[in-house]
Write a protein that binds this ligand. Structure first.
Ligand SMILES: *[C@@H]1O[C@H](CO)[C@@H](O)[C@H](O)[C@H]1NC(C)=O
Ligand SMILES: *[C@@H]1O[C@H](CO)[C@@H](O)[C@H](O)[C@H]1NC(C)=O
Length: 242
């Protein structure tokens, strides 16, 4: 019998601790990267709904109530304040490779596309255009690749060993980006909105080069906290086959 059951019986008040992986998740031994890759792919594909018992939110869409990204140093000269930011597409896995060596988890994930929709408020400059306004927008990213590295550390809680992510790096490589905004952008001037939209879509690479690192940082933090939620609930003995 696993130690979880013992904890369950002894500390009835602490039911939230020491969870098992959901039965629908494939369990692997710690050094089987082929299994791990399939298991993570499989888990991602299930996350069109939250799995509350292990603290995992839906990833498709992944809902971020508020997201702030600072101004860039190039074409994007404004603070980006988004509300109701929703990202669709993380479960549409095209290919994935995951490796766990020592305490470093690397995930190389390609998805078909991500689509974000959001409410925004801007006041600043993009490319050569002064902009000010608020509305709704959408960003489509074609075939992005996410290269994620988590550094993990073991610790002990109530006699069980757990993992947590202590730092991360994330690199996102889009093949193409497309921006769409409601036409009430820029004080309701439709024509100007279209000019700016066209310029942004033609210059997406410059825009991404400017603010991409801030998005990588923000998304990296989000992925880290989602994964840490799971890791804080499921001990190592339940994460892997021994
Ligand atoms: C997966 O990544 C590892 C380490 O980055 C690499 O050695 C391996 O060849 C990759 N496997 C596949 C199937 O791409
Ligand atoms: C992350 O943590 C590991 C282990 O403490 C350390 O070796 C590595 O340099 C850190 N990486 C970053 C980017 O901070």
């Amino acid at each position: 019998m696993s130690k979880c059951l013992v904890v369950f019986l002894v500390i009835i008040a602490d039911l939230s601790e020491c969870k098992k992986l959901p039965a629908s998740f494939k369990k692997c031994s710690r050094n089987d990267n082929q299994c791990l890759t399939l298991s993570i792919k499989d888990a991602l594909e299930q996350l069109t709904v939250p799995i509350k018992e292990v603290g995992l939110p839906s990833l498709d869409p992944l809902e971020i109530p508020a997201l702030s990204i600072g101004a860039g140093t190039g074409p994007v000269q404004f603070n980006q304040n988004y509300k109701n930011f929703k990202i669709y597409g993380f479960t549409k896995v095209e290919s994935i490779n995951a490796t766990l060596t020592e305490n470093i988890l690397k995930i190389d994930l390609h998805v078909l596309e991500t689509l974000s929709d959001f409410e925004y408020e801007v006041d600043g400059k993009i490319l050569i255009f002064p902009i000010k306004g608020k509305g709704t927008g959408m960003i489509t990213v074609d075939k992005p690749e996410f290269i994620l590295t988590f550094n993990l550390e073991e610790y002990e809680k109530e006699g069980e060993k757990y993992l947590k992510v202590i730092n991360k790096t994330l690199s996102i490589k889009p093949q193409k980006m497309h921006f769409e905004f409601s036409n009430d952008l820029f004080g309701g001037d439709k024509e100007f909105t279209n000019i700016v939209k066209t310029a942004m879509n033609e210059n997406w690479k410059d825009i991404y080069a400017d603010v991409g690192p801030s998005y990588e940082e923000a998304y990296g933090q989000i992925f880290m906290s989602i994964f840490n939620n799971l890791l804080s609930k499921v001990p190592i003995s339940e994460l892997f086959n021994s």
